[in-house]
Every structure is written in structure tokens, then in C-alpha cells.
Design a protein around this ligand. Structure first.
Ligand SMILES: *Cc1c(COP(=O)(O)O)cnc(C)c1O
Length: 543
């Protein structure tokens, strides 16, 4: 077994095994560094994804009879990393983070100690970190930390699923035995993430019972439409169970007014004698901006530009009410710049968890021992990675101010990008409000965005503009190794002239997500678009 032991860390902290391990880590990091090139997005060459690329991979894949030496293993791992995109200043596509160093250290501690977040006896470190971050972030958003609860889970989508489970069991505590009634309804904005779509499917509520609410011009949920749609459900004998308030839509950062949603819900509950409708704030995208909830924009201690302050104080006016939600989420692996998966699901009243908790007789391995006082048998996971340590490390390493600087820079860069975009192109329209994301749309001739929005264009005209943008997205996508812009095929819905049905519009996305995405880089992004537009105007890609 001596030989096998060499493949494991020491148990006594001896110097030789430590140095061996640090040597491997150092070599891995050095070789990875050799692949980095600030002018390119990928580590090494992007793979040539020929038609049979994965077929060849499958044919060659075999477990070795004997383990390879660590040196060779490192080389093979580095081969694997080749072609992987690396988040430097060339990436402006989606909310994909470059994990910060404090979070990487936290993550390393997590894997080195391999605690299980399920139970403090098996995971003292993750349990402690989880209790800390739950309290820290509850205080940040205005939940009472003595009443709130929280746990790390499988992403923003996991938070939606978990919240729906709480919504069902809060109204129907027996549903875990009896199943759910067939007249439950959920409401979400038509621009909400598909997380709820999957969750209504998986809980058995059914996609037909997920009602999409129209949005306003700023991509937030239209409250009158919400009210009408809930009333219609009630009139037909349905039970309004759950409202998903998106705080930061994925493509355009629309922020639903949770205050108005809560008011409507309470009014209807009162009028129709309903049980409280559960509200989950889907703040996977926007939640980090609660770090400005206490920022004093009059004093402006961090000296942000006035227009950055305007944008941020507009966010503040909405995020300061997030505590009205029954639950919310922090997706640190989006704007919080930590590795996957680090998402904290926060619940306003931890008593809501009681209905989904397992009876201790159902958890014979752990739940009925006298030792250990932290046992999360209410999570859908059994074993849980200790990503609370990753999150805690990031919070400690950056602090509120560090996060404010990062998050404000995303906004600043977007202001500059928009200015420059509009100056450089006569055929572009910016199609969303200022946020970490700019969506924009090109036109072959004159810019007709206002007309499009006002329903003055026919379906065919809108589709032609969509195709024009689709072609351009294809063209710039070929060189995504140089600058990688995002795009979306449903930025919002608009009503064509003479039509009953709204159709989605395509837009390009500039997403400022990295500390390396700075104002100084903006001209390069614009230059890239200009070069390609010149090519495109000469020879549009035929779709
Ligand atoms: C990204 C996103 C999700 C899903 O989050 P994951 O962490 O990827 O599971 C849910 N809702 C919104 C609004 C998002 O932007």
C-alpha cells in the first residue's frame, strides 16, 4: 500500500509529501500559464470540431491498465485544457466568471478537506461557512438572520426548483404523501429564465399551468398583466401558488418590481381569501447588486461617475425591497466571480423548510444520532459540496467595497461601450437599459428600432432584420477566439403590424463580466465589430 499512499496527501503533514504535491500544483499552474495569451480567448488552439470529432474521441477512450505517472497525468490534463476558452478581456458574451483568487483558495480548502455539507459531523468547515454566509447575506438584503435559513445548492436553477418545492409544501403540507392538486398555477415574466419551465415540469404542476406575464419597456414584469392573469386563474377555480420575480433577466437585466408584486399578491389574497402566494426572487443574475443596498450615492465614497451612480441607484431602488421575497438566490458563479457551482439559496423564514424536512427515521445513517446539530435533510441533495467555503472566502477577500468596485466597473464599461457603439455605427440601435449587459441590433439601411417596437413593421420586415443580425452573429462567431460577443434569439417580444402574435427579436450582447474588461479595451471591441461590419456589408453571410 506504500506505493498507493504516494497518490494521496499525507496524514501527518510531512514535508516531503507536501513538497511533492506543491510541485505538481506548481507545474500544473505553470503549464496552464504558458497557454495563456491575452490576445486570444482560448488556451492554445481552439479544437477543430469536425463532424467526427467526438466519434474519434470515443473510439480512442480507454481506461489505462496501469495508472500513468503524475508527470504524464499533468501533461494529459494540460492537453485537455487546450482549446478551453479562458475568461480574459476578450470574453464579452455571458455571465461566465473568471474566479477570483480568494475564492480559488476557498475552493482548494474545500477539496483538500473534502467536508460534506450535509452534516456538521462530516463537514464542520462547510457547515460553519454556510451558517456564516447565510447570516452575512441575510443582513445584506434585509432578512432577519435569526429567522432566515440558507444552503448552497445546484445553481440559480436549483434555487428556483427548491423554492417551488417550498411553495407547494407550505400550502399543502400533506402533498409529500398525497401528491399535488392539479389546479396549481405559477406566474413568471415572459423573459424569465427557463428554470421555472423545468421546475413546473419536474414537480408535476405542468407547463400549461405556468403563466407568462408580459413585460414593460424596461423588461420588468407588467404588474397590471400579472394581476389580470392571477384573477383569471382564480375565476376559473385555480390556485395561484407561486410568483417568480426575476431580478435581472438573463439577457437584458430587467428587474421586476418585487414591491408591486408583493402588493398585488397581498391584495388578491385579501380579496379572495387565499393563502399567501409564495414569491421567489430569481436574483441569479442581479443578486450581487444588493451589495449597493446601503451605498450612499449622495456622498459617493468610491467616486463613481455620475451616470454610473444613476444606474446603480436605480438598481438600489428595486433591490432594497428584495427582502419582501420568501426566498432569493446569490449566484456567486455569475457576477460574484467564483468557480462553479457556488449558489446560495436564501429563505426568509427557515420554518418554511420544516415541511420538506425528512423525518429522522428516514435518515438512519445520520439524522438520528445524538451528535452533530447541523443536518440539512431538507435539501434535495444528499451529499453536498462545501461551496459555502468558496463563497465565504470570496466575501472575506473582496469585502463589500471590493464587490462594489467590480460591479460598478461593469456598468462604467457598458456606458462607454454604448457611447462608442453609437458614435461608430449609423446603423445600430441599443435595445436595453444600462446594465452589465448591452443588447444591440444592426440594420441594413436606416435604424427603425422605434418603429419595430411600436408595431409599425410587418412580420416579414422584422424577420429580415433578425436574419440580418443572425448572419452577422455567425460571421463574428467565426473569430470568437479574438473577441467573443454574445447573442440572443429572444431579447424581447414585439408585435408586428397587422398581427396578433408577438415575435422575438434577435440581438447581439456585450456582457462586461471580468475585471480585465475595462474602459481602455472598449475601442478594441468596437474595432472588431467595425472590421466585421465592413466585411459583412460587402458580402452578407447567406443564412
Ligand atoms: C443563470 C440564471 C439562472 C440559472 O442559474 P444557474 O446557476 O446557471 O443554474 C436562473 N435564473 C436567471 C435569471 C439566470 O440568469
Amino acid at each position: 500500500m506504500k506505493e498507493m499512499q504516494q497518490l494521496f496527501p499525507s496524514i501527518d503533514g510531512n514535508e516531503q509529501q507536501r513538497n511533492d504535491f506543491l510541485g505538481y500544483v506548481s507545474e500544473l499552474v505553470s503549464k496552464l500559464d504558458e497557454l495563456k495569451d491575452p490576445k486570444k480567448l482560448s488556451l492554445g488552439e481552439m479544437p477543430d470540431y469536425t463532424k467526427d470529432y467526438y466519434e474519434q474521441v470515443m473510439n480512442q477512450a480507454m481506461i489505462p491498465e496501469n495508472g500513468v505517472a503524475i508527470q504524464e497525468l499533468i501533461d494529459q490534463l494540460i492537453e485537455l485544457a487546450k482549446g478551453q476558452r479562458y475568461i480574459n478581456s476578450n470574453y464579452v458574451a455571458n455571465a461566465v466568471p473568471l474566479p477570483n483568487i480568494p475564492s480559488l483558495l476557498g475552493n482548494l480548502l474545500m477539496v483538500l478537506t473534502n467536508g460534506n455539507g450535509l452534516w456538521d459531523v462530516e463537514g464542520a468547515a462547510p457547515a460553519l461557512a454556510e451558517v456564516k454566509i447565510t447570516s452575512m447575506l441575510s443582513k445584506m438584503i434585509g432578512y432577519n438572520p435569526e429567522k432566515s435559513g440558507g444552503y448552497t445548492t445546484w445553481g440559480g436553477q436549483g434555487a428556483v426548483f427548491n423554492s417551488l418545492r417550498l411553495a407547494i409544501t407550505r400550502q399543502f403540507p400533506e402533498s409529500n404523501k398525497e401528491g399535488i392538486p392539479n389546479n396549481l398555477y405559477c406566474f413568471c415574466s415572459e423573459l424569465s429564465h427557463y428554470s421555472l419551465y423545468k421546475s413546473v415540469e419536474a414537480t408535476g404542476i405542468g407547463i400549461n399551468n405556468m403563466i407568462r406575464v408580459k413585460v414593460n419597456d424596461d423588461h420588468s414584469m407588467n404588474i397590471d398583466d400579472l394581476k389580470e392573469k392571477i384573477e383569471a386563474v382564480i375565476a376559473n377555480g385555480g390556485i395561484p401558488l407561486y410568483i417568480l420575480a426575476t431580478m435581472g433577466t438573463t439577457d437584458t437585466f430587467g428587474i421586476d418590481s418585487i414591491k408591486e408584486i408583493k402588493e398585488v399578491a397581498m391584495k388578491l389574497e385579501d380579496e379572495h381569501n387565499l393563502k399567501p402566494i409564495y414569491i421567489h426572487a430569481d436574483s441569479a443574475m442581479g443578486g450581487m447588486y444588493t451589495f449597493f443596498n446601503d451605498y450612499d450615492f449622495a456622498q459617493n465614497p468610491l467616486d463613481f461617475e455620475p451616470r454610473v451612480c444613476d444606474t446603480l441607484s436605480n438598481f438600489q431602488s428595486k433591490f432594497k425591497f428584495i427582502h419582501l421575497a420568501d426566498s432569493m438566490v446569490f449566484d456567486f458563479h455569475k457576477l460574484g466571480q467564483t468557480p462553479y457551482i457556488s449558489s446560495l439559496f436564501l429563505v426568509k423564514n427557515k420554518s418554511d423548510l420544516v415541511n420538506v424536512d425528512l423525518d429522522s427515521s428516514e435518515t438512519p445513517y445520520i439524522g438520528n444520532r445524538g451528535y452533530g446539530s447541523y443536518h440539512t435533510s431538507y435539501t434535495l441533495e444528499c451529499s453536498r459540496m462545501g461551496s459555502s467555503i468558496t463563497i465565504l472566502a470570496s466575501l472575506l477577500g473582496l469585502g463589500i467595497e471590493g464587490y462594489q468596485r467590480l460591479l460598478a466597473n461593469y456598468i462604467l464599461v457598458n456606458h462607454h461601450f454604448r457611447d462608442s457603439l453609437k458614435e461608430s455605427f449609423s446603423n445600430v440601435a441599443v435595445t436595453n437599459e444600462v446594465s452589465p449587459i448591452t443588447t444591440f441590433r444592426f440594420y441594413q439601411d436606416e435604424v427603425v428600432w422605434e418603429k419595430e417596437k411600436n408595431g409599425e413593421l410587418t412580420i416579414d420586415e422584422i424577420r429580415e432584420i433578425n436574419d440580418y443580425n443572425d448572419g452577422f452573429a455567425e460571421l463574428i462567431g467565426i473569430e470568437r477566439d479574438v473577441v467573443y460577443f454574445g447573442n440572443t434569439k429572444k431579447q424581447r417580444l414585439i408585435l408586428p403590424k397587422g398581427s396578433e402574435k408577438r415575435i422575438p427579436i434577435y440581438a447581439h450582447k456585450f456582457f462586461s463580466i471580468s475585471p480585465y474588461t475595462t474602459v481602455e479595451e472598449v475601442e478594441r471591441y468596437i474595432g472588431f465589430l467595425k472590421d466585421h461590419m465592413n466585411m459583412y456589408e460587402k458580402q452578407p453571410v447567406l443564412m
